[in-house]
Design a binder for this molecule. Structure first.
Ligand SMILES: [Zn+2]
Length: 315
């Protein structure tokens, strides 16, 4: 099965540095690829990361600031060159629609591009279906309209081989039981348990607000911006960003399993401080969230599935 993983193409917010390219994140998910917030220079970062441009089906943009979308023309050109590419859809807040359309026009690439504006609402809005999973977006709180994205796999079922054997159910009857919920007096719950679907979440430029936790709730892998350290919390508030401490607290309270910190200000050449801050915040909450301080070209795997509870046998 194709891996589910995040390829970090760049980690700089605002301005790139000698060691950090502008933002850009590619999610590989069951053979499809979704590119999030490609800033300037992402075409070249894709070469370094050995990312195939024609595989990208969607480009999801959180807001219209240029460190999150100036890479679109280059990526579209690359897709046309490397073709035959699939048609690509650009998603972004309604507010960014004209900006995204202009970037697609500038590219003048021979790729079929559709631009779709996403309403900026306080509750989740359906964006698309990606490999059988639901991609939604929800408003966050930045200086311009901004949305966070959440990709959620529907819950499945895990069958217990021993319980099936004991109940005398095998072969096609297993599918029949799954469809009907009951077969020859055996209930689905007697021989199987619900398996939680995996969740990926993506939160860029935002002040701390309740929607941050809502977007990343129970995510297996969540990318959160952390532009500032907590000593610059006043700047974070006035410019509409998170500190590393805030990102850590939000992820811990929301039950995130792996937190990827990204979108760093150029004022922090050493990111160790930010990682320590987020980990300290998570320890305060007592959560088990793992922190990954992203570096350009890192590949971060979606953690293995949560194990469902064993089938409880009726006595
Ligand atoms: Zn930014």
């Amino acid at each position: 099965m194709s891996p589910r993983e995040l390829v970090v193409l760049g980690t700089a917010g605002q301005a790139p540095t000698r060691t950090r390219n502008h933002n850009g994140y590619l999610l590989r998910w069951d053979g499809t690829s979704v590119l999030f917030d490609p800033g300037e220079g992402i075409q070249r970062q894709m070469l370094h990361a050995e990312v195939s441009a024609p595989r990208i089906e969607r480009i999801c943009v959180t807001h219209r600031h240029n460190d999150h979308c100036l890479g679109i023309p280059g990526v579209l050109n690359r897709m046309a060159q490397d073709g035959p590419g699939r048609p690509v859809t650009l998603h972004g807040p309604v507010d960014a629609f004209e900006h995204l359309r202009a970037l697609a026009v500038v590219a003048a690439a021979h790729v079929a591009v559709t631009v779709e504006g996403v309403p900026t609402l306080d509750e989740p809005v359906d964006v698309a279906e990606v490999a059988g999973c639901r991609l939604t977006a929800q408003a966050l709180d930045h200086r311009v309209p901004t949305i966070g994205y959440r990709l959620a796999e529907p819950a499945g079922r895990s069958f217990d081989a021993d319980a099936l054997a004991a109940a005398g159910i095998s072969g096609r009857d297993v599918g029949e039981l799954a469809r009907r919920g009951e077969l020859r007096g055996v209930r689905l719950g007697d021989v199987s348990v619900q398996r939680p679907g995996q969740v990926f979440a993506f939160v860029m430029d935002t002040r701390l607000c309740p929607a941050v936790e809502e977007v990343v709730r129970d995510a297996d892998l969540a990318v959160l911006e952390c532009t500032y350290a907590d000593r610059d919390a006043d700047l974070a508030l006035s410019r509409g960003h998170l500190t590393a401490r805030q990102a850590g607290l939000a992820a811990a309270r929301a039950g995130v399993r792996t937190l990827v910190l990204a979108h760093f200000s150029q004022r922090y050449p050493d990111l160790e401080e930010l990682g320590l801050e987020a980990r300290a915040a998570i320890a305060e909450v007592g959560a088990g969230t793992t922190v990954h301080v992203a570096r350009d070209l890192d590949v971060v795997a979606v953690p293995p599935r949560r194990h469902p509870a064993p089938v409880s046998r009726a006595s």
